[in-house]
Design a protein around this ligand. Structure first.
Ligand code: ZN
Length: 294
């Protein structure tokens, strides 16, 4: 049985695991401080557990994933101090001396859900996470779509709902999807924490309307078999049901014959791997790196 190193590299913490095939046999959490400290501790943890055959990294972005780029696998223009330009893939690969693969966190999570979660057996789906930010991955014909880098599905334009005069929270676009519907935007718009807002219908009706607008766009652009939607905001009780209802209204029956008539319950679903989707995605990336290295 092969052993792999799986690294879920988040903006506040790294989860690092050793797996035997897909079973996690050791894991730890490391604070995200500077690249030297955090990547150093990551590599030390892996090396202290004996040899692995490959490493997989599901990393916060933005990342350079342009095929053939000299900086492939490096973090690009992050506002996070110290990390802009960090060649995460190269550092891990050279320190461990094994094949390694990297994707953005949502791309990794999409791969994890495809291998072992809510997208098993599908050939095209969308994975979306709504938390402190909004990110998404598109899985097409057996792989995560990258294009010239990777999609930024949280930064699409939405149609402002009448009566909502919130300016938006995105430092780049103001009222984009993330700027209108990520956790910080909700708290800023209503002036209260998500917990305090939990019982207020108007808050989650508006949120569901915006999320449904985005899902409508993804549905028409990608024609996915399923949309998997996770993240902290989606843990609010009843929100996914509201999103399904609003999406049904917005699609209005047009060109959605692949969605089961009368119900979006199988079309808009939670991730099955929950908070572990990214880590399992990193395991799946490691397995791919191992396979591709022959
Ligand atoms: Zn934006």
């Amino acid at each position: 049985m092969s052993r792999y190193a799986a690294i879920e590299a988040g903006g506040t913490k790294f989860r690092v695991a050793i797996s035997q095939e897909r079973e996690v046999v050791a894991d730890t959490t490391i604070a995200t401080t500077t690249p030297d400290e955090t990547l150093g501790a990551t590599v030390d943890f892996v090396l202290s557990h004996g040899p692995v055959v490959a490493a997989g990294i599901a990393c916060f972005g933005p990342l350079d994933l342009l095929p053939g780029s000299a900086n492939y696998g490096a973090i690009t223009a992050t506002p996070k101090p110290h990390w802009a330009g960090t060649p995460v893939l190269d550092r891990v690969r050279s320190a461990l001396g094994v094949p390694a693969a990297i994707d953005v966190d949502v791309g990794g999570a999409a791969l994890g859900e495809w291998q072992w979660g809510a997208a098993r057996g599908l050939s095209h789906f969308v994975y979306l996470t709504i938390g402190t930010g909004i990110g998404g991955g598109v899985f097409i014909d057996g792989k995560v779509h990258h294009g010239m880098g990777h999609p930024e599905m949280g930064h699409i334009t939405l149609e402002r709902v009448a009566g909502d005069d919130y300016a938006g929270h995105c430092p780049f676009h103001g009222a984009c999807f993330e700027g209108m519907a990520a956790g910080p935007a909700i708290e800023d718009r209503w002036g209260a924490s998500g917990t305090e807002l939990a019982a207020r219908d108007e808050v989650w009706d508006l949120e569901a309307t915006y999320v449904a607008q985005a899902l409508r766009s993804y549905s028409y652009v990608v024609a996915p078999q399923r949309v998997i939607i996770g993240g902290g905001v989606m843990q609010v009780p009843g929100l996914i049901e509201r999103v399904r209802d609003k999406l049904g209204e917005q699609l209005a029956g047009y060109a959605t014959s692949h969605i089961r008539q009368g119900s979006l319950d199988d079309y808009v679903v939670y991730p099955q791997l929950g908070q572990d989707a990214g880590l399992y995605g990193a395991i799946a990336l490691a397995m791919r790196a191992h396979e591709e290295a022959g």
